[in-house]
Ligand binder design. Sequence first.
Ligand code: ADP
Ligand code: MG
Length: 627
Amino acid sequence: MPFIELDVLNNKVDGILGIDLGTTNSLVALWREGRPEILRPADGNGQPLQDARIPSVVHYPANETPIVGRNARARGIEDPERTIFSVKRFMGRGLADCTDDLASTPFAATENENGLIRFSIDERGETPQEISARILHHVWENAGVALGMLAPRRAVITVPAYFDDSQRQATRDAARIAGLEAVRILNEPTAASLAYGLDSKNHGTVAVYDLGGGTFDVSILSIEDGVFRVLSTSGDTHLGGDDFDRALVETALDELRERIGLEAAREPAFLQTVRLAAERCKIELSRVPEADLHVVDVARGLNWRRTITRADFGDLISPWIERTFDACRRALADAKLTPADIEDVVLVGGSTRVPVVRERVTEFFGREPHAGLNPDEVVALGAAVQGHVLAGGTRDVLLMDVTPLSLGIETMGGAVSKVILRNSPVPAQATDGFTTYADNQTGIDFHIVQGERELAKDCRSLGRFKLSGIPPMPAGLARIAVRFLLDADGILTVTAKEDSTGAESTIEVNPMHGLADDEVEGMLLESFAHAKEDFDQSRLANLKVELGTMLKACRTHLPSVVDELDPEARLDLEEAVAAAEAARTGDELAAAQKARDELERASLPLAAILMDSVAKRALAGKNLDEV
Ligand code: ADP
Ligand code: MG
């Protein structure tokens, strides 16, 4: 019997929201149909947003109503002078408590008669509570959009375990100003533990390891008859994933400074390009054992890449991981415990997705951490669990089933694109984008597979279906969304939909049908045994597809600009094309990689001429569609 009741007359949803009011991002969840669920507003296409995080950012346009969330963050990049980030750092504090943090805010700050901070924004003055209230109100509105009706006004709101009374009171005040009732202020680590159902233990000791973008927190909790107590906390307010990015940025700059000069390598726009490349590489490394750190700057004719392995990355970030353990040792010492006393370890924060972080945490505590839930979402999920309990609901069984094997789709070239990852809590859904490979291709065959191996032929085949009715267009332009929905009963529904016509096709399969536990285990073991070889094969398959696309682009564009290329560059390009063609039919990863890099380098002059001619024609008054 679902707990949620639709109040038809008032069109509102009952229940108590769980809100993770974060420093960088906020998130909202609600208990629905027997489990906590992240409320995801729809994207432009009516699909629920995969990344439901709402930036905790407020932008103040001159003489207009402030803007909150994603739009505020976008404006903040262009107009930092009128935008406030990280307001959580000021909640319930006085000027003297946070001189360092104040240096990075755009607004002048004064103190009111109660010793609390007040920011001056034009003629307006706003306290951190009022600014947080804007964020909370926006989060509440988003919840309503996701629910399709009025969201509950009662909420459990989470705060760091180290928040003192006045910081907690400030959070309550923010809720009140936003028109919400904070029925409970809950510690973030407690929320994360609730999300994993640790409250069902009679007694135990838990370590919550929270590594985000800019901060690290560790908390040691005890559980007695389902009640959590914070034994100690420690951390570092300036340690996190941003440091990992910086380590990669330095690696790139070591070489790039020589290429483009010291001055150019200091330009903010260039540094931003490198920083984004670093974060992309880092995130990719959480998925695959090696990834390219790839910096492109066409204006400078720069196309630089370097392959980073997980081992390289592990060495780079090791000092920061070590610092998190210094904090862990302090927290344990304060609680008069050793790592061996910890029975459960819970991971929170986006940076705990880094595999080497997980490995080192496992080593440090001598046990596997809980990691089945999305570490960005556990705090909001746990707050929703608490909301459910406070609303009088019960939770008999732990409904935290996970899917034991990844589910994915075979891609061009025989590799597998995993859509729902192993260990995702059920129900789960995810969407992946596909496109056509040939010009005027009107149909695509989809092959759904299960398993951890990288090539479709080594995975278990679950079914095939076809999407037809794609309107003829050049290769790569069609946009096809393939949505995987794994319901609570374990039935997988896969739907492919073409954007422009809405043409759609669906298949339903049962991934666990005829699959015994020991077979699952066998498939996992096999995937570990073949990890390296699989990775190489999948990389080769993808490289061949990439080479095909690049060769096609060269053949299309070369004839029209061949006269403008200087003879040396032309010869160079022709050689690279020939090598790429050979590599595409060969079976060697290193050769394919080299051919791809060579072709990329040799085609830069071609790209520059093409860009130039587009720009010239645009300047001549034609619009780009006519070019
Ligand atoms: P905060 O608590 O500071 O708001 P989050 O918990 O949202 O931060 O974590 C953000 C950090 O997590 C960023 O540094 C981001 O680059 C990193 N991150 C997000 N996803 C991944 C991933 N898949 N692999 C590695 N790092 C990731
Ligand atoms: Mg966080």
